[in-house]
Design a binder for this molecule. Sequence first.
Ligand code: 2P0
Length: 330
Amino acid sequence: MLMVTAIAPVNIAVIKYWGKKDAQKNIPINDSISGTLSTDVMYAKTTVYTSSTLEKNRFWLNGEEQVFEGTRIHSCVCEVRSKSDETLPHLTWNLAICSENNFPTAAGLASSAAGYACLVYALGALFKLKDELSSIARVGSGSACRSMYGGWVLWQKGTSSMSNDSVARPIASHEHWPEMRVLILVVNDNRKKHPSTIAMQNSVTSSSLIHYRAKDVVPHRIKEMHLAILTKDFRKFAEITMKDSNQFHAICLDTYPPCFYLNTVSQAIIDLVHAYNDYKGEHVVAYTFDAGPNACLYMLEPVLEEFTSIINYVFPQPADIHDNDYFRGL
Ligand code: 2P0
C-alpha cells in the first residue's frame, strides 16, 4: 500500500488564457501569465492511495464519488503512468483519489487549476516522475500547468499544436514581490453557467476579436507584463491586468451566443477600483475577473487596509460570514 497527499494553490491570471489550438491536449492560442497564491490560502488537497487489493479506480471530489473512467482525471493518470518507470511494482495497481477544495468549486476561482496541479504532483510523487509534470497537468486543465509553480508564472503556447513544448515556467519567485496582496471578493459562489472549456471553444469558432487578441495584442502584453513584474512596476502591472481582464470579457460578449460572466456587482467593483485609483492619482489597485463574477484584486500591502475598509463600507457583508471567506492574501 502506498499513499501520497499534496496541496496546490490557486493561480490568478493577469494575462488570460482563453482559446485552444488543440482541445484534446489543451494547447492554448496565446501565452498567459499568472500569480500563484501562497499554499495556506486557497488550495486543493489531493490524496492518492494505491494498493494491489483495490478492485477498481475510484475518485471523490469534496466527499462525493465521481465517475473516473474516461474523464480528464483518468487521462492524467494514464499520462503519468505511460511516462513512469515500467518496472515499478505498483504501476498497474488501481488508485483511490480523494480531492477537496477549501473554496467554492467551479465558481470561476481556478478550482480546476489547483485540482489538476495537485493531482499530477501527487501522481508524480507516487510514480517517481519529476519531469513533464507541467505538460501533464495542462492535459488535465490548461491553467493547471501554471499552478505547478509558486510565484509568477508564464505559460507558453508552444511552437505548434502537435508539440509538447506548451509548458509553464516560473519567471519570478513569491519572494520577489513580497508586498503583493490579492483580495478575492466572492460575489457569487454558484457553479458557473458557461463551463470554460466549452465557452472558449465557442469563442474560437465565433469571435473575431479573440484571433486579433491572440495575434496582435497578447505577444506585446506578455513582454510588458513580464517586465512590469521583474521591475515591480505596479502602475504598469495594474494597467495591463485590468485591460487584459476587460478584453477577455469583451471576447465573451463577442462570442455567439455570448457568455456573461460579470454581473452588476462585478461592474460596481470595476467602477469602484477606477474611482479609487483616480482619487489616489495613480493605479494602486487592479481588478481581474475569470470565468465568473468574482473579483480578484491585486494591490500592494500599504493599500490593503484602506481599500478593504472601503469595500466593507460599499459592500457590507452578511453578519454570519466571517471576514476570511471574503478577503484572502497572496
Ligand atoms: C485563465 N481561465 O487564464 C483563464 C481566464 C478562465 C478565464 O484558465 O478547458 O479551466 O480546463 O483548459 O484551465 C479557465 O480555463 O480550462 C482559465 P481548460 P481552464 O486563468
